[in-house]
Design a protein around this ligand. Sequence first.
Ligand SMILES: NC(=O)c1ccc[n+]([C@@H]2O[C@H](COP(=O)([O-])OP(=O)(O)OC[C@H]3O[C@@H](n4cnc5c(N)ncnc54)[C@H](O)[C@@H]3O)[C@@H](O)[C@H]2O)c1
Length: 346
Amino acid sequence: MKTFTVSLENRQTEIIIDKSAHFSGLKLNPENSLLVTDDTMCKSAAARSFTEAGITTVVLGSGERFKTLSSIETIAEAAVHKGLDRGAVIIGLGGGVICDMAAFAASVYMRGCGLILVPTSLLAMVDASIGGKSGVDFLERKNLIGSFYPAQKVLIYTDFLLTLSDDEFKSGLAELIKHGFLAGDELLRYIEENRAAITAREPDASIDAVYRSLRVKAEHIEKDFRETGIRAHLNLGHTFGHALETAAGLGKFTHGEAVAWGIYRAMKAGLILGITDLSYAERVETILRDYSYNIDFNDFDSELYLQAISSDKKKKDGKLRFILQHSAGNTEILPLDPAIVEEVIK
Ligand SMILES: NC(=O)c1ccc[n+]([C@@H]2O[C@H](COP(=O)([O-])OP(=O)(O)OC[C@H]3O[C@@H](n4cnc5c(N)ncnc54)[C@H](O)[C@@H]3O)[C@@H](O)[C@H]2O)c1
C-alpha cells in the first residue's frame, strides 16, 4: 500500500493506493452518503459493499454520452430524496466520467459537500481523480460546465484494472507513460524496464506504476492548481491527439491512443524547430512502439485534421500553443507554424 497527500490551495486530498478494495475504514454515515456509479461498475463487489452498508446508490449510464447536466440532476434529486445535508459525502465509483460528475455534483450540492473518489479505470486512477477538475459536457463541448473541486480522499485499488478492457487499459497507460516523459529519466527507465509487468497488470507493478505516475501529476497541480503555467505541460500530446480523435472519426481511437500519437507529433515538431534532442525523440518513439501504440496512423483527411486543430480551445491570443520537449523532464510551451503541423501529421 502507498499513501500520500496532495495540497491544492486550501484543500488536501489524501490518496491511498492498494490492491484490493476495502471501505470499512471510511466510517460513513449511510443516512448522509450517496454512491454514484455507472451501469458497469454497479455490478462490482465494491458497489455491493456500499449497498450492504445501507448507502443509497445512483446508477448512471456508462460512457461519455452520459456526462451531462441531466445526470447531475439525477444525482441531486437522489440527494434531496435521501435528505442529504451539507455534511453529506458523495462517493464516485467508476471511470473518469463518473469521477468528473460525482465531483461536479459534490461541488454544487448545497454549495459543496464531501467527496470521495474511487477511480476504477486506469485513466481515472492516474489522471481524472486527482487535480480537482470536475464537470460535464454541454452542447457538444467537452467539459464546458464544471468547477475545481478536489476530493477529500481518492482510493485507488489496482484490482479494478483486472476487469478493464484492453482498449481502456491502453488508453490510461498512455497518460501514465506521458507522466514519465514529463518527469525525467528515472521514471522513464522504470517504464522501459517494467513493461512486461505493467502491461500484465501485475499487482505490485500496478501499485508502483500508478504511484510513480500520480506523483508527477501531483507535482504539476500543486505548483499550478488553476492551470496558468506548468499544469498545462500535462497536456503533452493532447492538442495533436484531440484533432486526431475528430479527424479519424470519434470512437476510432481511444483518448490515450490519440495522446500517444500526439506525443510522437510533438517530438517531430520539436525536431523540426531544432529544440528537441534527437536521442530523446528516438527514445520516446521506441517506448511508444514497444507499448504498441499506433503512432504511424495517417489515414485521415488532413484538411479535416487542420480544421479540427484550429478550433482547439487551448488558444492564447488567437494562437495555438503546443507542449514541446527539449528532453525528458524539460518541457516548453510554444506556438507552431501551421506548415509545421501539416508536416508532422503526414
Ligand atoms: N478531471 C480530470 O482531470 C480528467 C482528466 C482526464 C480525463 N478526464 C475525463 O475522464 C473521462 C474518461 O475517463 P475513462 O476513460 O475512465 O472513461 P469512462 O469513465 O467512460 O470509462 C470507460 C469505460 O470503462 C468502464 N469501466 C471503468 N472501470 C472499469 C473496470 N474496473 N472494469 C470494467 N469496466 C470499467 C466504464 O463503465 C466505461 O464503460 C472523460 O470524460 C474525460 O474528460 C478528466
